[in-house]
Design a protein around this ligand. Structure first.
Ligand SMILES: [Zn+2]
Length: 164
């Protein structure tokens, strides 16, 4: 157990919940610190609810080049301040992917664009390392779902953004 001296404090003035912070792994704690210039997850969730929006998260595996695959996270229906949170934590604005072999391209003015993050690994990566990466990604989803009105129900594994 590591004892925490200070907790992330967000632009809305709220402090990260100690319990949630203590349960998070190093990766998720880093994500929390990265987004402190914006409102906390509770305030983001409330503002999305007010707008009647319910961003959904799709996590899947894609073949991105002959030798490389990636776990890909895509988040739909994102408005501010969630777009800022995603931007600060390594996501970029892209077109939605169609399936395992057709990643989305540049966003430009594509309707239904998403925020995407990719975790690449070589095809010959040892399975135990791929499993570790997947665990890392699940931790990131436990962090991200705190921002979403639908919480963990908004996170879909092995699925893609439904076509509009
Ligand atoms: Zn707040």
């Amino acid at each position: 157990m590591t004892s925490v001296k200070s907790l992330p404090v967000y632009s809305c003035g709220h402090e990260h919940l100690r319990d949630a912070y203590d349960r998070a792994d190093d990766h998720s704690q880093t994500l929390s610190w990265a987004a402190t210039s914006l409102p906390c997850s509770e305030c983001c969730r409330a503002s999305l609810k007010n707008l009647d929006l319910s961003p959904q998260v799709y996590v899947n595996l894609q073949q991105l080049s002959p030798g490389m695959a990636a776990f890909v996270i895509e988040v739909s229906e994102v408005v501010q301040p969630l777009d800022g949170v995603l931007h600060l934590t390594g996501y970029s604005h892209r077109a939605a992917s169609k399936d395992e072999l057709h990643p989305g391209g540049d966003a430009f003015d594509v309707p239904g664009a998403v925020w995407r993050k990719e975790y690449w690994f070589a095809n010959e990566t040892e399975p135990m390392h791929v499993v570790a990466l997947l665990r890392h990604l699940k931790q990131e989803m436990r962090w991200l779902e705190t921002y979403l009105p639908d919480g963990e129900l908004a996170v879909h594994f092995a699925d893609f953004v439904p076509p509009k």
